[in-house]
Design a protein around this ligand. Structure first.
Ligand code: ATP
Length: 234
């Protein structure tokens, strides 16, 4: 199906001898924002790492735009158009905003200009020479997303972008995600903040013990709230 971008079937994954993904299956279609919800330790981050190629010991299948993702070396994954923004953000404290932004090369057509990035994240405007150490958590998150946009990817694996951020910043990141969707981006998002997830996503998967155990359309989230709260232990 041409609309299918990411098709993951029975994905298993290990950290050394530790088996943490136990047959996760999920699909993401073009232009969708899809979340992975679940308790701490359910395997959400590990799923992202397995897809990005950071976790190397994997089994099952994962295709991205019809290509075999598990057979793609990690340094080639971005060339397919799949960008990974990890939970830890990876902003270099000793580099300036501009240096952090310019660190990854533009590897595909469609890489964003600095002007377009500053239009999406006005907080980064005029901060070119500010060092990473002086950025707030929210600014670091924006810069981490911005850096991936510059490479030219159009599918983002986004791990807990709102973690530890003030509500006003969470709202700005939510608006940016909606704008990215309007521009045709596809996003797989790990999120603990249900309000944020509801505001941004089309669909939600629930993970437990390294597997996908349920799926909801965003429109039916309210109707499934009791079940969801049980899954998340809220
Ligand atoms: N580097 C690692 N080495 C070994 N085990 C790990 C490592 N990172 C995570 N795990 C284990 O893998 C399992 C899945 O963790 P993962 O971080 O993917 O969960 P998560 O759903 O993202 O939760 P969280 O929100 O707490 O990050 C957990 O049992 C965790 O303890």
């Amino acid at each position: 199906m041409a609309d299918m971008r990411l098709d993951v079937r029975e994905l298993e994954g290990w950290y050394g001898e530790s088996h943490v993904l136990h047959g996760a299956s999920l699909q993401v279609k073009r232009g969708e924002i899809v979340t992975l919800l679940g308790r701490n330790g359910a395997g959400k981050t590990s799923t992202m790492r397995a897809l990005a190629g950071v976790m190397r010991k994997r089994r099952g299948s994962a295709t991205f735009d019809g290509r075999d993702l598990l057979a793609t070396p990690p340094h080639r994954v971005a060339h397919l158009g799949l960008g990974f923004v990890p939970e830890e953000r990876g902003i270099f404290a000793s580099l300036t905003v501009r240096e952090n932004l310019m660190l990854p090369p533009v590897i595909r057509p469609g890489g964003w200009t600095v002007e377009a990035i500053e239009d999406l994240f006005p907080n980064l405007k005029g901060r070119d020479t500010t060092f990473g150490t002086r950025l707030s958590g929210g600014e670091q998150q924006m810069l981490a997303i911005a850096r991936i946009l510059r490479t030219g990817c159009d599918f983002i694996l986004l791990d807990e972008p709102t973690e530890g951020l003030a509500p006003v910043i969470v709202e700005q990141i939510g608006k940016a995600l909606i704008r990215l969707k309007e521009k045709g981006f596809t996003v797989l998002l790990v999120e603990q903040n249900l309000n944020f997830a509801r505001g941004a996503a089309d669909r939600h998967y629930v993970m437990e013990q390294g597997r996908i155990v349920d799926e909801f359309e965003n429109d039916s989230m309210s109707a499934n709230m009791d079940k969801l709260n049980r899954y998340l232990g809220i």
